[in-house]
Design a binder for this molecule. Sequence first.
Ligand code: G6P
Ligand code: MG
Length: 994
Amino acid sequence: MAISEQTPEVMPSALRDAGTMQLVRRGSDATGAQAAALFALANGLVGVEGVIDELASAPAAYLPDAYVRRPIEYHESFPGYATATDTRIACPSPVLLRLSIDGAPVDFAAAEVADTETTLDLATGTLRRMTRWRLAGGRSLEIAAERIVPLAGAACVASRIHIRALDFGGAVTATLTYGADSAAPTGAEADDPRISARLRPAWTILSPLPGDPSSVTRFAQDAVELAYAQHVTCPAAPVAAVVGGHVVHGELVVGGVLTIDRVVALASSRGRPVDLAALDGAATGFDAIAERQRAAAGQLWDHAGLAITGDDALAAALRFNLFQLHQSASRDPHHSIGAKGLTGEGYEGHYFWDAETFMLPVLALQAPAKARTLLAYRIAKLDRARAHAKALGHARGALYPWRTIGGDECSSHYPTGSAQYHINGDIAYALALYVAATGDDDFRSQAAPMLFDTARIWMEIGAFDPRRGGAFCIHGVTGPDEYSALVDNDFYTNAIARRHLAYAADTADWLRGSVGARSAAADVDDAEVAAWRRAAAAMWLPVDAELGVNPQDDAFLGRPKLPGLASGDGHGPLLMRYHPMILFRHQVAKQGNVVQAMAMDLTAMPLSRQRRNFDYYAQVTTHDSTLSSVSFAIAAARLGDEAAALAFLRECAFVDLEDRHGNTSHGLHMAALAGSWLVLAQGWGGLRLDGAAPSFRPQLPAAWTGYRFRLQWRGSTVELAVDNMGCTYRLLAGAPIIILDHGRPLCVGSDPVTMARPALKGVIFDLDGVLTDTAEDHYQAWQALADRHGFAFDREANHALKGVDRAGSLRLILGQAAADIAPDVFDAMLAEKNAAYRVRLADYSPANLFAGVTELFGALRAAGLKIGLASASRNAGDVVRLLGIADAFDFIADAGAVPNAKPAPDIFLACAAGMGLSPQDCIGVEDARAGISAIHAAGMVAIGIGSEEALPDADLNVPAIGDLSLGQILSAEQAAAGQGNRSTRTGKVEDMPC
Ligand code: G6P
Ligand code: MG
């Protein structure tokens, strides 16, 4: 059964009395500003607020080109300040219905609503509304209306209106006209920076141009011109075109109904009259539009269907959110998606980074053509971004504006506007994601000039810092958290810049390698690509030694906290109450930059650091941005922190359905709505998109018994069905595709594939001889000691020392002679050996890491496994630092702190405990017999690096760490657990048959 056909078992409380494919509101909840946003209909070319036809006298439509450009006035202006702002303006309501009964106009504003109910039917893409009116004079009237904005059609609004006289008869005149009454924002709204710029000046009705059909009405305001063409039919009464609409003259008897179909096509232009040909695409018959809409909505759910068993209300909310996102997704390559989509006037209709980081990923995985449109918009504005970079004093490159419609920076507050350079990286991130999801190489080459010019900006504002070991540092930027500004080394910015530079370098190499694409790469030379790679490799992304967290920026951790305010004090966002500098000086965040980078997988991070980052930033973040709950929910779900993950998920899933930020009336929070699906897919589903194939790590919160969602990948549709055992992958359409489940590649073809969820939670590695070749250096140091003191020792004898601690090793070397040696001499020998060993260590660098370790660690992390180190060496900490992997471990056990050395289990037990895991949830990897014994004594499965001959007790032997795959680790665990019936896969993505 298709998800979209499911019937609810439980009535969801938040979508009151609704099926899970419907949003139903009654009474005062069905009218008013919040309902107008919730019931907005749109199709990427036009949006119409969910207003009631007979009350729709104010502007209520949004057309992407209907925006005005006004100068920004500064008392003190400096070079490069933004000079003007774009403001989207609400266009005349195309749904206004006026009635007269027996010649007297009905004043609906003064009439009483006896009953009203509005239903947004997500399955058919239709808005249905029924209102019973008690009119002045006691007459009762019912108006029922269906409304459609065709998802795949032109910019038009189709309505079918039924007017029923409940207790009277008489002549009725219905005027199908347009609402353009102006009303300026008042009171608190006028001071809210998130809305105050909205304009409500009057629209002028223009005289028809010669040749205009009588069905066309023209409007103008500032540089914007509109043309509405209306088609009205009424089988029971005559219809006449009048100025500004149509009139239907009918007769009603008691209980009788007058049905009118109305289709309004809308078009806009800037600086010139609308060419009426722009109105041609709209179909005129309501039934035909409705039929096509059913097909379009059906297709949407074929690609985006989802279910959550155990929380129908949440599933219903997510469906509503997705529907709204798809409605507002621009289908015009000259436009992106505004922060409020096409549902309201908040943020002046501006396009921000959240279009690329929150909305585009969902579209890329559900409706890739819409994702492409958003990127095409950015490409179309590249010249404006170049001009912006120039205005800010950059010699080269392009910097996209923080907020814009027409392509120029519209923020008058550069510290939280243009300083958000991360927008360049966000666009590159979105491009990479779109290309990965679609394989659209043509578009990648088309986008290359944009990718390169935006990458160049990092080299303009970053530098290799000799005081930090040559790390690439980025100065004077603002990250997504706008409660810190103009900082050095914002973690999110550095992380996305690194991704951007690497992708730009890869793309340059790819272009130069592909025939016919050389021209796109023509202006990039080898030296520039090499510089990008160097900067990416050296990017400064530190870990604070004391707190074990990633600092949000160079100064953040040192600033005082804002006591009592960080977790939200119920008095609304801090930005509304404090001078920005108060916020900048404190350790307080509007949203979490580090957590955001975690949610987007911008950096590889051990789970334990993810946990510390999450906990640390949770206590300094107010979540004043609705985007914040998305990244916190994703991060918490991946950490298995069910309570936090579900609370944050509800925060974004219901942000508008429950008006959680109190400003749904400004329009829907499109990024948070999109983000609620990202929480399901990336948080609970563990979806990562940073590899060659989509990778999943599906987890199930105890509150649900299962969930399902779908996504598009390279033209195929896959559905995941997650339950308490694991996940079943099903190909719904298209060619077989390769995906990874917990790092295990599999081909999803005609038969569904069920993958069991691994029980394994951590892998504990020995160091010497497993991750690096220090075994040789230990040997050489012992050999030198033995030679100097005249003991018999050789390579053969050295085998017995592997894994044995320093003193134990010397005892083994000395044999019987050990008893005759004074303790201080013995200790001096240990010191001598260690000194010789440390001399050899001095030359160690990341190049000494065994091949395959980085990849294996990456796979382990992608599979959600913790990584521990249990070495007998007191030098282990220094060695992993020299190898550049110190930050890769969730826990490094200290050989000096455990009572008994290997083969006793102590160090493995200490490591499991340090990672917060039970020993039976861990596997150990060792190259020494003593180590294998220690692992077994700890109750863990043991993987031996070495032959069966050398390590006969190991549960699995591989010749070298580079030969060990995640699949083998998971199989070893399952085999040992006697769960051979569970499916496991091994191998690499490239080796998969499909
Ligand atoms: C590892 C090595 C041994 C070494 C021991 C102590 O287990 O395999 O060969 O003796 O660590 O190392 P340390 O660096 O503390 O002397
Ligand atoms: Mg070893």
